[in-house]
Design a protein around this ligand. Structure first.
Ligand code: NAD
Length: 354
């Protein structure tokens, strides 16, 4: 089997590439990446060390795909993944060109080779303005979702796929939702096997966490190297809560999806750590303190940022019913693995992540 991973030197792409090479001796993995994300050049070394093939190219440039041989599966993981991106002009063009036009170029390539498509979409397709109105249970160190919710698709188990899409979702969320629509049309019109995974927060080693994306790694790195952090919004005490999925749990699902791609008919699945794997920023602080043995000062900013959410939890019921897949790796293990990766590779990572 031959697999193309666009964004193959990013956090998701490089992990998947390495895992494919570790699990299967007969899989060829091509990683297309323009190395625009800081730190992706470090992930590239891991990909090459495990026998992945690198194509230095840009998904915005359709002809860059001509350098890749025919493949069986395309995993679309190239993106500008920040929910805050797009506020300044250059950034906006890159966001739309990479996330939407880049996906369309990827679709042309998949169509040319009749390849199956796995799309890494995001929970950010769900509107933040209605999600911000969810009924919460406010605890001292976190928020929980109440079981009394007005909107369909929302319960104390989290957000399901039938949550209404009307509303604002960020420029990032809009590019990903628009991409979903094109994927569905290509899949239907050109008979391409496909599946769309709307992922919540993903984490694990190789994630180059920064203030606007990759918060779990950012939090651990700042504790390890004694940097500065801030609780932003919601009273500035870190109650905002997310579910977190380990990248290896995502890989297990993608293994199943590749084996059963024909069955999936370009369905959309929410994919996340789920209710049992949620953590608030305040809780994350305690865990990072415990693992690193370091305490750092965390400032407070009362003012939130556009698109902020008090809580997001993925309701995995649909994908679990369909495939039998469930997340297995607990948040504590995710943090331990991140810590070990940062400590072992500190020479190359400290300047990027501290
Ligand atoms: N990390 C998460 O928590 C998360 C959650 C939901 C969805 N996703 C989705 O998963 C996918 C992968 O995200 P990630 O966390 O690995 O992000 P990442 O930034 O770590 O990886 C993206 C990779 O794409 C590359 N890239 C960016 N623009 C490119 C271009 N024009 N041409 C070629 N390569 C380009 C970057 O250099 C980087 O290596 C994205 O589509 C993102 O929307 C991620």
């Amino acid at each position: 089997m031959k697999i193309l991973i666009t964004g193959g030197c990013g956090f998701v792409g490089s992990n998947l590439a390495v895992l494919f090479k570790q699990f299967y001796t007969d899989v060829e993995v091509y990683c297309l990446d323009n190395l625009s994300r800081r730190g992706s050049e470090i992930n590239l070394k891991k990909v090459l060390a495990f026998g992945g093939q690198f194509v230095h190219g840009d998904v915005r440039v359709k002809t860059d795909f001509d350098r890749i041989p025919a493949v069986d599966i395309v995993i679309d993981a190239a993106a500008e993944p920040s929910v805050l991106a797009g506020k300044v002009l250059g950034e906006l063009e890159n966001l739309i060109d990479t996330n939407l036009n880049g996906t369309i170029n990827t679709l042309y390539f998949a169509k040319k080779h009749q390849a199956g498509i796995i799309f890494l979409s995001t929970s950010r397709v769900y509107p933040y303005d209605t999600l911000a109105e969810a009924n919460l249970i406010v605890l001292q160190k976190r928020f929980n979702l109440s079981n009394d919710q007005a909107l369909q698709g929302l319960s104390d188990q989290g957000v399901a796929e039938n949550y209404p899409l009307e509303g604002l979702r960020s420029l990032y969320g809009a590019t990903k939702l628009a991409s979903e629509y094109f994927i569905q049309e290509f899949a239907y019109n050109f008979n391409l096997p496909a599946v769309i995974n709307r992922c919540g927060v993903l984490s694990g080693p190789f994630q180059m966490g920064k203030i606007d994306q990759g918060v779990i790694v950012l939090w651990m790195a700042k504790h390890l190297w004694k940097g500065k952090l801030s609780y932003i919004g919601y009273g500035g005490i870190g109650q905002q809560t997310r579910d977190v999925l380990h990248i290896r749990d995502l890989f297990r699902l993608i293994q199943w999806q590749i084996s059963n791609l024909g069955q999936q008919r370009c369905q959309i699945f929410n994919v996340g750590g789920g209710l049992t794997n949620t953590v608030s920023l305040a809780e994350l602080t305690s865990m990072c303190e415990q693992i690193t043995g370091n305490r750092i000062e965390i400032s407070s900013s009362l003012e939130g940022r556009p698109g902020d959410l008090p809580i997001f939890v993925t309701d995995n019921a649909k994908i679990s019913m369909f495939s039998g897949w469930k997340p297995e790796i607990r948040i504590e293990t995710i943090l331990e693995e991140i810590f070990l990766w940062l400590r072992n590779d500190h020479k190359v990572l400290k300047s990027i992540l501290s």
